[in-house]
Design a protein around this ligand. Structure first.
Ligand code: 2OP
Length: 228
């Protein structure tokens, strides 16, 4: 039986697949769709890092919108404002990964507290959680918008621990993004890395955490094992 933990889930790349937006992009961009989706994601994260380093804050809708425009400009594709609005709306309907429903249910049944901790704005996360069927079993949604700084700022993780009413060392960040995992551990949280690519390519800025899984179903089993 697992010792119940507070689990804080990253969203984009961990619970839902931002690269899946390529399917929507295909209508406009044909075989450049995947490249645009990947550039969009890279610029989106890059912009969050740069804003935080400049001690400036723009919310994740603003960042997602601006990074989409950059990804389109890189391939020289011009879309109408309507098409851009449609793509932004699709961002709230990203598909959850196949293991997420069963994994979250098993974790909930094992008594863990399940929360979201994401760069997304509260509005984006509420809509995404509804559309992707994440709530229930997810109980709490913590957005970096509450502290106006992005991951991996320690303020994000310390704020999440406060919101979950636990010391940081009793919260486990669950993420597929190595920068997020290293950031959480640096702030004193536990972590589990969800290796979505399955090739074990973590990051050279830090070591992988002790807990490395390839799905949320495996995470539930690992936490059960860790308890014995
Ligand atoms: C998230 O915060 C890192 O974008 C990712 O959900």
């Amino acid at each position: 039986m697992a010792i119940p933990e507070a689990l804080a889930f990253d969203v984009y790349g961990t619970l839902v697949d931002p690269i899946g937006i390529a399917a929507e992009l295909e209508r406009h961009a044909g075989d450049a769709a995947r490249r645009i989706a990947e550039t969009w994601r890279q610029k989106q994260i890059e912009y969050t890092f740069r804003l935080s380093m400049m001690e400036r804050y723009e919310d994740f809708e603003w960042v997602t919108h601006r990074s989409l425009h950059q990804a389109l400009a890189v391939v020289g594709l011009e879309l109408s404002a309507g098409a851009v609005d449609e793509l932004m709306a699709s961002y709230d309907r990203l598909q959850r990964f196949d293991d997420v429903a069963e994994g979250l249910d098993r974790l909930r049944e094992a008594g863990h507290t399940l929360a979201i901790l994401s760069n997304g704005t509260p509005r984006m996360l509420e809509r995404l959680a509804l559309n992707a069927g994440l709530r229930p079993p997810i109980e709490e949604i913590v957005s970096v918008d509450e502290v106006r700084v992005y991951k991996p700022s320690p303020r994000v993780y310390l704020h999440a621990a406060e919101r979950l009413r636990r010391p940081p060392g009793e919260v486990r960040l669950v993420s597929s993004n190595p920068f997020d995992v290293v950031g959480a551990e640096t702030a004193g949280m536990r972590a589990a890395w969800v290796d979505r690519s399955g090739v074990g390519l973590f990051d050279t800025l830090g070591e992988p955490p002790r807990m490395v899984v390839r799905s949320l179903v495996e995470l539930a089993a690992e936490l059960d094992r860790a308890a014995v």
